[in-house]
Design a protein around this ligand. Sequence first.
Ligand code: MLT
Length: 257
Amino acid sequence: MELKTVDLAVEEHGEGTPLVLIHGFPLNRQIWQPIVPLLKSKARLILPDLRGFGESPREVEGYSMRLVAADILQLLDRLNIEKAIIAGHSMGGYVALEFAHAYPHRLKGLALVASQADADSPERRQARLITAREVRSRGIRYIADGMPSKLSENVEIQHQLNQMILTCDVAVVVAALRAMADRRDANLWLPEIQVPVLVITGAKDQLIPPERAHSFIKLVNKGWMVEIPEAGHMPMMESPQRTAEALFQLICAANGC
Ligand code: MLT
């Protein structure tokens, strides 16, 4: 299978162990800004915009979680990084899991933030395809106005998310929704992952509830879970300190300290 990758837009901070922070849908790298000052003295932070989002090329042909994982590999090659800790938020977690499966030799640690290994249920898949249809006919406001209150109960954060979503192209949102609907069940390869795995879950997450993290963690060899009581779907914005502390533990585990 030939994967036609693109050069992702990226921002970097700090030095040390490479830690790639992959944003979720339909957002961009700005979501990680609250934890940058807390972690940049502890790791080399690499914040890409996924294809189609933020400042990355709006190339959507063949959009899939697997293809986006190949974009991340290309980014590591471009930055001369042999191995990295990959942390993915929500849809970014689906990408991180594909990366772990396809490129285990390039992985030093894995973090899922408000994400899961499960594929979509038939109902969830159907709902996504309906959302894709609605976005195509009503425009980006449909999702920009409807989604933020499901991501966080914090009004200021909802406003920031609304602004991020408004920058998205309809075609990209539709392609990403379809790609998520078609993604594979990553539970199948969780037992094969040999590196330390962290799952961060928000107790108030309405989209991916903490129970998913509980079942995920049972399937990995070296994993642990951090549940943040005050967080919803956006722990890095809602509770940056706790999120950064949890990621710091992973950096230590990945370095054997
Ligand atoms: C995300 O936050 O990336 C998406 O909402 C995840 C999903 O819909 O499964």
